[in-house]
Design a protein around this ligand. Structure first.
Ligand SMILES: C[C@H](N)C(=O)N[C@H](CCC(=O)O)C(=O)O
Ligand SMILES: [Mg+2]
Length: 364
């Protein structure tokens, strides 16, 4: 099965409600879709969001990186040579992780189709049902409490509460939500780099002293501030998770050795795709560190790939934040990964199992 062409499209899907973090507010998913064609007629799909505030990637940079740096290396390559292809992708250009991720996802889709097997089985198998959290956007306290209660009523048992705005209000936000859903849902916080190290220790200590039990706190300080992450990790009981602080395997090794966090958030858009995500999961397993699998604002194309990986690595990827499809107003994909509230289940069809993507705007 030879790669013959790589095409591009845009996919735009409105969100049910604006997505608000310490970094940005977004009203729709607008992602680049990558379509890898082969001489056998098999097609592989990938997806990349332009999360410039986290990865530095824009729609233009994603398309240009693939068109001018990645695609020329891949035309004519045999899909069976998976490791050679991922090596070519990773070596084609520095950074540009979302572009690399989109192409790798499509290549893994084709590799699994080549062997007529669901991707998670090619990656090592597992129980094809996982449970995701849902994000509660940072907002007025009453609105966040209402959104949290609604999410629990929809069956979500873990809520990812966005904070990182005003430290005093953040403490009140979390206390109010905890009081409303205590015993019904587990709370994880994501400050998206919005606090200083001292603020984080202050807020988390206040919450712990008030009896608020948190599963974890994600990326309390700036991504580059590993000393700050370590400072917090050493001083609070709540486990600290690195998101923006770690992209690739080397950063994960450095962070683990420094003991700057307790948990790693793996996102395909930060790792540059599945090959490095596997490496990170293996490194974390070696060091006995747990991982979360996360996503950006992505639909059920790239999130399906993350779900396949999470199933195959569930012994180390013990936490799931794959709520992108649940945040979308509708699912544009007819496929074999079903996003049904908190439950994500994978049917027994080859590759990612994408049959149709509705509303694709093809690019020239
Ligand atoms: C969507 C997911 N639950 C999430 O919260 N991801 C964010 C970044 C998403 C974005 O800004 O596009 C995160 O974990 O920081
Ligand atoms: Mg995060």
């Amino acid at each position: 099965m030879k790669i013959t062409d790589i095409k591009f499209a845009m996919l735009r899907v409105p969100l049910k409600t604006p997505f608000k973090t310490a970094l940005r507010t977004v009203e729709k998913v607008e992602d680049v879709i990558v379509i890898v064609e082969t001489d056998t007629g098999h097609v592989g799909y990938g997806e990349a969001p332009a999360t410039a505030v986290i990865t530095g990637d824009t729609h233009g940079s994603i398309i240009e990186a693939i068109k001018t740096m990645i695609k020329p290396k891949l035309i004519g390559e045999e899909i069976e040579d998976l490791n050679r292809i991922t090596h070519l992708i990773q070596g084609s250009i520095v950074k540009n992780y979302s572009a690399k991720a989109a192409v790798e996802i499509a290549i893994y889709d084709l590799f699994a189709q080549r062997y007529n097997t669901p991707l998670y089985k090619i990656l090592g198998g597992g129980e094809p049902t996982i449970s995701t959290d849902i994000t509660i956007s940072v907002d007025y306290i009453d609105k966040m409490v209402k959104d949290s209660i609604d999410a629990v009523n929809q069956g979500f048992e873990t809520l990812k509460i966005k904070v990182g705005k005003d430290i005093g209000v953040d403490i009140e936000r979390v206390k109010a939500i905890y009081a409303a859903v205590e015993g019904k849902a587990l709370l994880r916080l994501d400050a998206n780099q919005g606090w200083t190290a001292k603020e984080a220790v202050y807020a988390l200590t206040k919450l712990e002293d008030a009896g608020v039990r948190l599963e974890l706190v994600e990326q309390p300080v700036k991504g580059y501030d590993l000393e700050g992450m370590k400072y917090i990790t050493e001083r609070v009981h709540t486990p600290v998770m690195a998101d923006e602080s770690t992209f690739g395997p080397k950063e994960v090794i450095d962070l683990i050795k420094m003991r700057a966090a307790d948990i790693i958030n793996i996102k395909l858009m930060k790792t540059g795709g599945i090959s490095n995500a596997i490496r990170i999961a293996d490194i974390a397993e070696t060091f006995d560190v747990q991982c979360m699998i996360g996503c950006m604002l992505e639909t059920s194309i790239s999130v399906a790939a993350a779900a396949h990986l999470a199933v195959a690595k569930s012994h180390v990827i013990t936490k799931v934040d794959l709520d992108g499809p649940s945040l979308c107003a509708f699912d544009p994909v007819v496929g074999n990964v079903k996003f049904n509230g908190a439950e994500i289940s994978i049917e027994n069809t080859p590759g990612l199992g994408i049959k149709e993507i509705k509303g694709l705007e093809m690019l020239r």
